[in-house]
Every structure is written in structure tokens, then in C-alpha cells.
Design a protein around this ligand. Structure first.
Ligand SMILES: Cc1ncc(COP(=O)(O)O)c(C=O)c1O
Length: 372
């Protein structure tokens, strides 16, 4: 298989004018704390319709900062889906709190809202619902439940920039919304993240904590918190900001490609396609299938690679990962059966704006043939 013919799982859409925007920042000498981060933040808050956007160095930094700014720490419990990228739970551990895992709906890969209430205890302080693979979870109902129990909601929208529920953007429902601009996301700064919120005081805290605990008071730099350096650089901001104008066309194009998958992939007992509820706009960070247990998923991935198609598993059943399993002794297969199945039998297939329709048809045919 020549490298030229290989279809990778993901190719970021970086164009010459994105590169030019980075070069301009490099030539300006203002590599950090220049104008670009602010411009990017302003563009994001305008696009999403939120009061505050705070750029940070990654999606993980963003979740971590939100937990700290909301005062969540030792002795607290935070509800997270059992199936997500591991960072969603790691940040809870890192502030000294305990992640309480809740199983997912196998059709959408999102947290099962009906299982959340029974996981709430008097130690629960927050929920981190994830919009997995770019599909909004049942965020409105989750926020209503959180309000009933006075819990904070930090939306992990790392994969879901541009996704909506009933026309409202993911990330804008909870106390804070967190995004990632990792190269697999819709727009990328390499590493990078963003927190959004409509809460002025929370935004102030987040800005202080992002930057060594510094606050300007009477034009003087004061150190008012023990903060982090979680800043995004200006050249990263320029790179991602320059891609914003292509976001909507790219999301629309990915929707078309996803529809080709829905038409071409055989919906059989062996290959289960994802479901998208009518009221949600998927941002299609990943197109994720579940294979029947008869199929050896890892061999399937190897076979696809040999046939020129890059795929991988989509996310982790987090309580089954060594750290969590050893610490909390979960029996994930029994306790979180859907998360376990999605992890053991799941596979993410290529879907990005540089992918051609013919390639999607080729991938579909190959998967149908291998899965027969
Ligand atoms: C659901 C979810 N949360 C958090 C993250 C972490 O983001 P980052 O890689 O930017 O730290 C990711 C990364 O892919 C993710 O998918």
C-alpha cells in the first residue's frame, strides 16, 4: 500500500492562508499575550452567542480549570460518562475529587440521562456531560436535573464545536462549556482549548487561574490566586482563528459525507451504525460504528489498514482502564455494559473535510465486504 493511496483516519484542513496567519504572528514578535488570542476569543463568543470565551492550552487544561474555578476538589463527587476520552475523568482525579461513572446509551454513545439521578449522592457537586464524537447529549434535561440537585454542569464539548441541540450550540447550556482544538477536531491550533460561560464572575476566575493567578488592579499586576500557565500562544490562536470562516462549510460537507456512510454501509447485525436524533446537529468529529462481538475488532482495524484505510477505536470505557480499575475495582463489563461494548467493539472511521465522496464510498464497500 503506497502512502499516497492510504486514507488516514484524520487529516487536518490547514490551508496556505492559515500558515500565512501563523507566519505573520511569528514575524510580529508577539508570540504570547498579543492581539490574536483576544481576537479568537471574541470570534468564538460571537459565533456561539456567549458572553465570555477564555482560550487555554488544551481541552484537558480547560476542563481542569473549570473544576478548580467552580471550587470542586477533595471529598467531592463528579458524575461523568463511563465512555469518553480519558481526560474527562482524569481532571476529576487531578483536583482530588472522585469520578462517578454512568453508563451510556449504545445508540448515541452519550451518557444515559435516565441513570444519572441514581448516581447523585450528598457528595455530588457537578456533572461533566460529554457530547461524544460531536453529537449533543441530552443536555437540556441534564441541566434541569442539575438545577434540581444544585449541581454545576461543565459540558465537555471537546469534539462538538458547532454541534447543536434544538438550534442551541453545545457548550452554551451549562455553567461552563469546554472545547478542544486538537488536530482531530473541526478546527485546530495543534494543542488548544476554550472555555465559554455566561457567568461574569466565573469568567474572571478562569482568566486569573489561566495566567499564574494574575489580576490587574489599578493598572498593577497582582497575584491573587495560585494559578497555572494554561495560556494559548498567539501563533496557535492565529492558526485556528484563520480556519473559523471554513467551519460552517466544513460541517455541512461532513454532514454530506456522513449521509453517504448511512446510505452505503450495510446496516446488519454485524455492523451497527450510530443514531442521530432529529433535534440535534452532529458535528461529526468521528463516525463511530459498533461491530458484532463475533468480529475481532482489532483484526478488523488491521485488515482495514492493509486495505489502505486508517481507523481506530473511538474512546475508552474509562472505569476499565488500568488506573481506574485498580483504584476503584470496577467490573466494567457488568457495571457499564454499553460503555464496555462501545469500547471493545467500537471503531471510528475516516470523516473529515479533505475526504472525497469516492473515498467514503470505497471505505463503505470495504467495510461491508470485511464485515460480511
Ligand atoms: C471528550 C474529550 N474530552 C477531553 C479531551 C481532551 O482534549 P485535549 O486533547 O485538547 O486535551 C478530548 C480529546 O480528544 C475529548 O475527546
Amino acid at each position: 500500500m503506497s502512502e499516497l493511496n492510504f486514507i488516514p483516519l484524520m487529516v487536518p484542513d490547514i490551508q496556505q492562508h492559515d500558515i500565512d496567519a501563523v507566519v505573520a504572528v511569528l514575524q510580529s514578535g508577539m508570540l504570547i499575550q498579543g492581539a490574536m488570542v483576544e481576537e479568537f476569543e471574541n470570534n468564538i463568543s460571537k459565533y456561539l452567542g456567549v458572553r465570555h470565551a477564555i482560550a487555554v492550552s488544551s481541552g484537558t487544561a480547560s476542563l481542569h480549570l473549570a473544576l478548580i474555578a467552580l471550587g470542586i476538589g477533595r471529598g467531592d463527587e463528579v458524575i461523568v460518562p463511563a465512555f469518553s476520552y480519558i481526560a474527562t475523568a482524569n481532571v476529576v482525579e487531578l483536583v482530588g475529587a472522585k469520578p462517578i461513572f454512568v453508563d451510556i446509551d449504545i445508540n448515541t454513545f452519550n451518557i444515559n440521562k435516565n441513570l444519572i439521578e441514581q448516581a447523585i449522592t450528598n457528595k455530588t457537586k457537578a456533572i461533566i456531560p460529554v457530547h461524544e464524537f460531536g453529537l449533543a447529549c441530552d443536555i437540556r434535561e441534564i441541566c434541569e436535573l442539575a438545577e434540581k440537585y444544585k449541581l454545576k454542569v461543565i459540558e465537555d464539548a471537546a469534539c462538538a464545536f458547532g454541534a447543536t441541540e434544538n438550534g442551541k450550540f453545545t457548550g452554551t447550556f451549562g455553567n461552563a462549556g469546554s472545547f478542544s482544538f486538537h488536530p482531530r477536531k473541526a478546527i485546530t491550533s495543534g494543542e488548544g482549548g476554550m472555555l465559554v460561560t455566561n457567568d461574569d464572575e466565573l469568567a474572571r476566575k478562569l482568566r486569573i487561574l489561566r495566567n499564574h493567578g494574575i489580576e490587574m488592579q489599578d493598572a498593577k499586576m497582582e497575584f491573587v490566586e495560585a494559578g497555572f500557565n494554561y495560556r494559548l500562544t498567539d501563533f496557535q490562536a492565529a492558526l485556528v482563528n484563520s480556519q473559523l470562516e471554513r467551519l460552517e462549510p466544513n460541517l455541512n460537507y461532513k454532514e454530506k459525507l456522513a449521509n453517504i456512510y448511512f446510505e452505503e454501509l450495510s446496516q446488519t447485525n454485524r455492523i451497527i451504525l450510530p443514531k442521530v436524533p432529529q433535534n440535534k446537529r452532529h458535528s461529526w468529529q468521528s463516525f463511530h460504528l459498533v461491530l458484532d462481538t463475533i468480529i475481532n475488532r482489532d483484526e478488523f482495524i488491521d485488515n482495514l489498514r492493509e486495505l489502505g484505510i486508517g481507523t481506530n477505536y473511538g474512546a475508552q470505557c474509562i472505569p476499565a482502564m488500568i488506573y481506574y480499575k485498580n483504584k476503584y475495582h470496577y467490573q466494567s463489563e457488568e457495571e457499564f455494559p454499553n460503555a464496555f461494548e462501545a469500547y471493545k467493539c467500537g471503531i471510528a472511521i475516516p470523516l473529515y473535510s479533505r475526504l472525497k465522496k469516492e473515498q467514503v464510498q470505497f471505505i463503505s464497500k470495504t467495510i461491508n465486504w470485511l464485515g460480511k
